[in-house]
Ligand binder design. Sequence first.
Ligand SMILES: C[S@@+](CC[C@H](N)C(=O)[O-])C[C@H]1O[C@@H](n2cnc3c(N)ncnc32)[C@H](O)[C@@H]1O
Length: 225
Amino acid sequence: MNYVTKAGNLAKALENAKLKQRLELLRKLKKPGAFLELFAGKGFLSQIYADYASQLFLVDENMHYLQQAEKRVQGRVSYRLFCKNNLDFIREDLPSINDLCFVDFDAFGSPAKQIQSFFRTFVIKKPLLVAVTDGLGLRWGWVCTNYRSFENYSREYFVELPKQQVRRAVHVPRDFVKFFEDLLMMQIAKKYNYRLKKVNESVRRRGFPVYLGYMLEPRKETPVA
Ligand SMILES: C[S@@+](CC[C@H](N)C(=O)[O-])C[C@H]1O[C@@H](n2cnc3c(N)ncnc32)[C@H](O)[C@@H]1O
């Protein structure tokens, strides 16, 4: 039932903290709509979303995992499976999907690349709930071994890189991941002119994965004077 990550670590099927955070975020949903899970895995979240969605798009590069996810949602909701790298999905399939009300980035490590890529492709025309799991903090010791390594990881969270280079060593707190995710979502909202609301967060100490929820909406067009 549990997951084994690429680094060989054991990860629980569905953390209580994650379930609680996602259920709280789902309370913001006004009516059922299409949900996209870019890290669908074995479908532990999908089985919850099946009660809220009118349609599920499940993406995962592991076919065995997706088959398990399928069993969890079959007969309960309409669904489509995409067994491929999620960055390929975003490039090849997302452009033909234009109506979503919920997107989930439930990564083992950092989903920053996928978040950036998703928002470069998908244009929000109505409120979109965004659920994020970021486990990069678990690798705090590794990420922060030296400034170069930290700089490499932090790049993923910038939509545009600062022009001025920072050369000083910095003290990196263990909760840096939550800060990075909030920063990334703020940059995305600014760049694409969306209104951003932070809905919730579940952050534990010592770099545990952070679970974050946001709502993005298009800004109403300002009437021409
Ligand atoms: C934390 S698990 C997902 C758990 C799942 N949401 C659930 O509730 O059961 C992360 C998943 O992401 C998948 N994955 C990792 N990198 C990927 C990528 N680049 N493209 C597609 N799937 C990826 C892994 O195969 C794994 O199933």
